[in-house]
Design a protein around this ligand. Structure first.
Ligand code: R2B
Ligand code: URA
Length: 319
């Protein structure tokens, strides 16, 4: 492993050491190979109890998002878009044995919910990456579809993340491991982001841009909101921080992108983040937009990603 940076704690290492064999997903854990069984507890799936290769070996696109309902809607939408609805029947939750996450599969597309925040998505990603590894999936793309607060953008704008940054606007994710801070790079796949942007540009109904996404550990004070149960700063301080974020290229704020980018990058998985903005944080903190409008906003990343998948599968032409 090659040291790449040192930031106020431990040496930071680049764990990227080339692609897995034949485009397979790498796990970076020497202990896994000697385990007689790997049970993915939060998915209620295991290497002894399930034939993971038969169930998931053909997966090419994994789409993840916070809400279980939204990811079910996405799976049903993709099922239609891929012309698979003739097969009939409802798409069932593969993780029905647990209520931690929901998972749906339609053709080569897996749709999984990850809950809110870094700890929740990180648990899901550990198990997802191992699942893709055990299933011997190849050339998989993982995309997070989400909601966010915009900075200087009209509500409803779709932001494809260029770089995921932390609350100090740094492209890194810090994790405490055995009492020490480990820092990982949050590099995302630039070509994939560009391809997604191109799809967004073909959809004329709303604006799609590439911008930096700031990931925070909290929705309220952590995102500079004045309307939480606690608030330790003034309106002026809040606006100054948001202005600084904007100057650093941040165009939206959400709560999962840094760990998502860091884990995918470390395991050689091509990854992207596509989030719609629900409000412009320069104008306020509360989300009071009518439910129907929010639902339409949430479909925007789904439509964009559906277009991308269909192009990749040759079901739609590239312009
Ligand atoms: C966006 O929206 C959620 C908070 O409302 C959080 O999961 C995120 O990243
Ligand atoms: N999600 C967030 O994390 N922040 C917002 O402002 C809106 C959605």
């Amino acid at each position: 492993m090659t040291p790449i940076l040192t930031i106020n704690s431990e040496v930071i290492v680049s764990e990227r050491s080339g692609y897995g064999e034949n485009g397979t997903v790498r796990v970076k854990n020497p202990h896994l190979a000697s385990m007689p069984e790997d049970f993915l507890y939060h998915f209620d799936l295991g290497t002894k109890t399930h034939n993971l290769q038969a169930m998931f070996g053909d997966v090419k696109f994994v789409c993840v998002g916070g809400s279980a309902n939204r990811m079910k809607t996405f799976a049903q939408f993709m099922h239609m878009e891929l012309g698979l609805n003739g097969g009939g029947g409802d798409i069932s939750d593969i993780c029905a044995g647990t209520d931690r996450y929901s998972m749906y599969k339609t053709g080569p597309v897996l749709s999984i919910s990850h809950g809110m925040g870094v700890p929740s998505i990180s648990i899901m990603l550990h198990e997802l990456i191992k699942l893709l590894h055990h299933a011997k999936c190849r050339d998989v793309v993982v995309i997070r579809l989400g909601t966010s607060g915009g900075i200087g953008l009209d509500p409803g704008t779709v932001v494809v993340t260029g770089t995921a940054v932390d609350s100090f606007f740094q492209p890194q994710f810090e994790q405490v491991v055995l009492g020490k801070v480990i820092t990982r790079s949050t590099k995302l796949d630039k070509d994939l982001a560009q391809e997604l942007l191109n799809c967004g540009r073909e959809i004329a109904d709303y604006l799609t841009i590439i911008g930096n996404t700031m990931c925070t550990y909290d929705f309220y004070e952590g995102q500079g909101r004045l309307d939480g149960a606690l608030c330790s700063f003034s309106n002026e301080e809040k606006l100054a921080y948001l202005k600084k974020a904007h100057e650093a290229g941040v165009r939206n704020i959400e709560m999962e992108s840094t760990v998502f980018a860091a884990m995918c990058h470390s395991c050689d998985v091509r990854a992207a983040v596509v989030c719609v903005t629900l409000l412009n944080r320069f104008d306020g903190d509360q989300i009071t937009t009518p439910h129907a409008v929010l639902l339409e906003y949430q479909m925007r990343p789904q439509k964009l990603v559906s277009m991308f998948i269909k192009k990749q599968l040759g079901l739609l032409k590239y312009n």
